[in-house]
Design a binder for this molecule. Structure first.
Ligand code: ATP
Length: 353
């Protein structure tokens, strides 16, 4: 049975329903990301798990127990917010000790846990500093230690990295993932950054207008986006407009190039417009064994990046980007040239609206 089980969750603010029938089963120790654009309801779902918002309907179970009617402090949850939210008048050690003191733990237990937590975030040497004496990244590590000190059942992270600069963001996300795996703590992480979600999650929930559009591993979400929204939000995928040429034979017309897709098109009408997705790394300028499909394109521009050559091409009103590896025996194409690109038909995905 799932450790965190969310069933048919619904939330409205006045007449505005911002979460519609949201369902998710999280296994113990899993790292789940909620990924989606601003306003899609990620934070609202997280706040309902924490107990800061009350759902209109639905259930939230943690370890088999429905927590919807419990107050936040009765749910045994740790939370880290975007703004560091440390107590400014307390030292690092006092911040980390806060929840333990509220819970009435003994001094010996508090001291031992604070030491353990500061060890976990590698900040033992800053125990007596105040928040204003530390960098944003350090403060966020302290916020994480404070959230973990009470040994919560579930850790909730609400865009904890978005106030930090790019380099720190990457190192801290790796650190968060390492700590999460070390402790085996069930974690829900909210982000609008696809690379962040792809790099650290066991599974991602892609959210769109208060619904989970797709739930899957980073590999599944990136390689098999379930909808046009997921493909456009998550990927660097090429999106191609095409028409159905022959629904029974699964044939599609992309700017007068007729190609056969591997998915069944029998439920489409002849002439119907469809959107296709094609990963940039699936496309090549040379026809290899598994490249059974070709498109005639015009090269728009070529960026020689060393090991990789990033090329942009046009076919009718569609634009196609692709990356190829440098091959010293084969000079890259030139701007304005006609070229034929090759890929495997199975890499051409027909997207649902
Ligand atoms: P962001 O990344 O911008 O925080 P989000 O995906 O987390 O976006 P939410 O904060 O969950 O989105 O908000 C979802 C919708 O609910 C938004 O349209 C927002 O305006 C609305 N909303 C959130 N909280 C309230 C509230 N207390 N009262 C009224 N509307 C709210």
């Amino acid at each position: 049975m799932a450790f965190l089980n969310i069933k048919h969750l619904k939330k409205s603010f006045g007449a505005n329903t911002v979460v519609h029938d949201f369902n998710l089963a999280v296994e113990k120790g899993e790292f789940i990301s909620f990924l989606g654009p601003s306003g899609c309801g990620k934070t609202t779902v997280l706040r309902m798990i924490a107990g800061f918002e009350t759902p209109n309907s639905g259930a939230i179970e943690i370890a088999g127990k429905d927590v919807v009617n419990l107050k936040p402090n009765q749910r045994n949850i740790g939370m880290v917010f975007q703004a560091y939210a440390l107590f400014p008048n307390m030292t690092v050690a006092q911040n980390v000790a806060f929840g333990l003191r509220v819970a009435g733990k003994s001094k010996a237990e508090i001291d031992a846990t604070v030491k353990e937590m500061l060890g976990l975030i590698r900040l033992e040497h800053l125990a007596d500093r105040y928040p204003y004496q530390m960098s944003g990244g350090q403060q966020q590590r302290v916020a994480l230690a404070r959230a973990l000190a009470t040994k919560p059942q579930v850790l909730l992270l609400d865009e904890p990295l978005s106030a930090l600069d790019a380099k720190i963001r990457i190192s801290l996300r790796e650190e968060i993932r390492a700590i999460q795996q070390k402790l085996g703590i069930t974690t829900v992480f909210v982000t609008h950054d696809q690379e962040e979600a792809l790099s650290i999650s066991d599974r991602i929930v892609v959210m769109h207008e208060g619904r989970a559009d797709q739930i899957g591993t980073p590999f599944e979400i990136y390689n098999r986006p379930a909808s046009r929204f997921v493909a456009s939000f998550v990927g660097t995928l090429n999106m191609l407009e095409a028409t159905v040429a022959d629904p029974q034979a699964n044939r599609i017309d992309i700017d007068r190039n007729i190609v056969t897709v591997t998915e069944s098109l029998s439920h489409y009408a002849k002439g119907q417009t469809v959107t296709l997705a094609l990963r940039p790394e699936a496309v090549s300028l040379d026809a290899r064994k598994n490249h059974d499909t070709s498109l005639d394109v015009t090269i728009d521009d070529v960026h020689f990046l060393g090991s990789v050559i990033r090329t942009r091409a046009t076919l009718g009103k569609n634009r196609l980007s692709f990356d190829t590896f440098n091959d010293p025996t084969q000079p890259p194409p030139e701007r304005g040239e006609k070229a034929t690109v090759h890929f495997a038909a199975r890499d051409l995905l027909v997207l649902k609206d």
